[in-house]
Design a binder for this molecule. Structure first.
Ligand SMILES: CC(C)(COP(=O)(O)OP(=O)(O)OC[C@H]1O[C@@H](n2cnc3c(N)ncnc32)[C@H](O)[C@@H]1OP(=O)(O)O)[C@@H](O)C(=O)NCCC(=O)NCCS
Length: 199
């Protein structure tokens, strides 16, 4: 397999030029700062903790471990932003039991939600995972996280409820399952664009 591309220059749907790249163990300060800047609500929705603004070392180790093809984490940033440039990040962890499945998680900084950043990150990780032979992403969310529920369904994930969490599965092998919603259309366009660059 050829080496994976490790920097993509792309545009958000509002025309903003952005850069996407994998995060590495050198990005501890960046991730810690992003975690600190998240609203308590977004932090809880992604990390399921209400322990304040400081991310623990164990969480940083876990997020930034460099273990392809078991794990990948990418960020999208706007190089023109003066203060904090990262717009969001997403990762997957491959299941030990079922290597065709990986758990997908995403966080977009509060001020940049609704701009297509999560959909872009899903597209990138979809192509990266597919290249590693992963066939399904599973994502978990709390039932009150309506924005995430709508986004997951809008990008083609099938949802179920286990009495506690909502569990969504994207089938990475069947693009016909992506619906013609705004985020689904956005995702399909991203996959076409990214397959050329990443596959
Ligand atoms: C849920 C979350 C990841 C969504 O991120 P986002 O970057 O805002 O998502 P996107 O912009 O890609 O898509 C979301 C919205 O934009 C809309 N959208 C996407 N593409 C679009 C397009 N081309 N034109 C118009 N609207 C579009 C979607 O329909 C969706 O709208 P909705 O409000 O009706 O759901 C984000 O809110 C977040 O980080 N929340 C906190 C953490 C979390 O909950 N993570 C999920 C569990 S791991």
């Amino acid at each position: 397999m050829e080496a994976m591309v490790d920097r993509l220059e792309l545009y958000l749907r509002d025309g903003t030029p952005v850069v996407a790249r994998p995060l590495s163990p050198d990005d501890r300060e960046l991730v810690a700062e992003g975690y600190r800047r998240l609203s308590p609500e977004a932090r809880y929705q992604r990390f399921w903790v209400r322990d304040g603004e400081i991310i623990g070392d164990a969480m940083l180790d876990r997020l930034l471990t460099d273990q392809p093809p078991k794990h990948a984490i990418w960020t999208v940033f706007d190089p023109e932003l003066e203060d904090f440039k990262a717009l969001g990040a997403a990762s997957f962890w491959r299941s030990e039991k079922d290597p065709a499945e990986a758990e997908f998680s995403v966080t977009v900084m509060d001020d940049h939600q609704g701009r297509g950043v999560a959909t872009l990150l899903l597209g990138i990780l979809w192509v990266v995972a597919f290249r590693f032979g992963i066939e399904r992403f599973v994502g978990y969310t709390t039932p009150e996280n309506l924005h995430a529920l709508r986004w997951m369904r809008g990008t083609g994930a099938a949802g179920e409820w286990d009495g506690y969490n909502a569990i969504f599965r994207w089938d990475l092998t069947d693009l016909e399952l992506i619906p013609a919603t705004s985020s689904g259309t956005d995702l399909a366009g991203r996959l076409a664009e990214l397959a050329d660059q990443l596959l």
